[in-house]
Design a protein around this ligand. Structure first.
Ligand SMILES: Cc1cc2nc3c(=O)[nH]c(=O)nc-3n(C[C@H](O)[C@H](O)[C@H](O)COP(=O)(O)OP(=O)(O)OC[C@H]3O[C@@H](n4cnc5c(N)ncnc54)[C@H](O)[C@@H]3O)c2cc1C
Length: 308
């Protein structure tokens, strides 16, 4: 295991540690979470999105939270997301939402999560907007794709999903989804996965990403290329130009606070760029996944720790 992958595994393990979470939640915003999280309140999220919209970015909003274990918590999440959708529309923002199915109750019952998501999609449809289901760890892939298919079969076209290029299964999942003309977000994958299910080597993850990008762009759906990897971004642009794939058939997506220079350059070149904006008090696991993506971010955290 390289230094980097050892650091990544250690950080992702800490992402599930309750004691570290308690400590970090007390001090983390000051320590650096604010770099990746737009704030703890909806007003702060809306302010960040308005500013990004003015700079030419499309956005999606996520109220952070995952894996509820009671129906009451899932219900609270549904009404918060309904409120979020209505607020984005009321403020005339160019923004949709992205959320985790475990927040809708997937770990309690798949049907419950599907019903809850359908209620959100009804509101989104009424407002003329769109919802994307994020993809979580590999244990959730099968039920998440099943929910996506069920809801599309029920006529919800304002729904998108995510495929992760680190999973061996994703290329086949892509083939199976393409006939639905899906709105797909393609990512490398952010969770700690076993070599039985995911490519352990980054070079293989990147290669698979490129293959899946070509396949998705050649299909009839809409593709969101969610990566900060400049080489993959340039290869995607070259592929799209060579194949004469119009700019309105795909977009780039990046996370709030990550490579803002690259985000601006792409907008200046005439590409659609969505910035994914997260907010809320439950930011710890999200923040730890951002640290794991780039162990150099831990140095940034350490610098904030020592700065008084
Ligand atoms: C909009 C969006 C939505 C996502 N949704 C999901 C999802 O639903 N499920 C899921 O599993 N994953 C999701 N991810 C995370 C994704 O899987 C990767 O973990 C993450 O994007 C890092 O990989 P990369 O493609 O940027 O490439 P990498 O090869 O990891 O990074 C390329 C370069 O980007 C920069 N960079 C990348 N990450 C960071 C960071 N955190 N801080 C600073 N610089 C960085 C560095 O310069 C790095 O060299 C999402 C990512 C984005 C952008």
């Amino acid at each position: 295991m390289s230094m980097n992958s050892a650091a990544r595994a250690a950080i992702l393990l800490a992402a599930n540690n309750r004691a570290t979470e308690r400590l970090m939640t007390r001090y983390g915003m000051r320590l650096g979470a604010a770099r990746f999280v737009a704030g703890e309140t909806l007003d702060q999220c809306v302010a960040a999105i308005s500013a990004l919209n003015r700079q030419g970015f499309k956005c999606n909003a996520t109220e952070l939270g995952e894996a509820v274990s009671t129906e009451a918590d899932a219900e609270r999440a549904v009404s918060e997301y309904q409120g979020l959708l209505r607020r984005l529309a009321a403020d005339g923002l160019r923004a949709n939402v992205a959320l985790k199915l475990t927040l809708m109750g997937q770990d309690i019952d798949d049907q419950l999560a599907e019903r809850n998501l359908a209620r959100l999609l009804d509101v989104a449809r009424e407002l003329g907007t769109f919802v994307r289901i994020d993809m979580e760890d590999s244990a959730h892939v099968e039920p998440t794709l099943a929910t996506y298919r069920n809801l599309r079969a029920r006529g919800y076209d304002n729904l998108g999903c995510v495929l992760q290029s680190y999973l061996y299964r994703s290329a086949a999942d892509l083939e199976a989804l393409l006939p639905l003309q899906p709105n797909l977000r393609l990512v490398k994958g952010a969770y700690l996965e076993r070599p039985e299910v995911a490519f352990p080597r980054k070079a293989d993850v990147d290669r698979n990403y490129l293959r899946m990008m070509e396949r998705a762009l050649s299909g009839d759906g809409y593709t969101a290329l969610a990566t900060h990897d400049p080489e993959i971004i340039e290869e995607s642009i070259t592929f799209a130009m060579r194949q004469r794939i119009p700019k309105d058939r795909f977009e780039f997506q990046m996370l709030y606070g990550v490579r803002p220079d690259l985000q601006r350059q792409l907008v200046a070149r005439g590409y659609t760029v969505l910035v994914a904006v997260s907010y809320g008090t439950h930011w710890y696991p999200f923040f730890m996944r951002r640290l794991a993506e780039r162990p150099a971010n831990v140095l940034f955290l350490a610098r904030n720790l020592t700065r008084r």
